[in-house]
Write a protein of this length. Sequence first.
Length: 94
Amino acid sequence: MSEFCDSLNTSLLNREALDCYGTQLTQLTPHNLEALGRLVAEDICFSDPFNTVQGRDIFIGVMAEMFEQLDDVRFDLVDSQIQGSVGYVFYIWI
């Protein structure tokens, strides 16, 4: 992860933070889950077709389990948006 992303204040949602999250998601491996965890709020709400969870540790656990269950996981970023205090990342899971 870049030094810029490492220095972000994750308590504030802004375009730069969401872009760093999206970039990290596209580069995600079982070995860099902690880097993704540093980019999300403690009380993250995460939803995908298989899970709806709240909390950083639970979110990272879902990601870790995904890598345990599947051989080749990749995410392609389609779009991201900020609406008030909520950020959305739209991705294709390959």
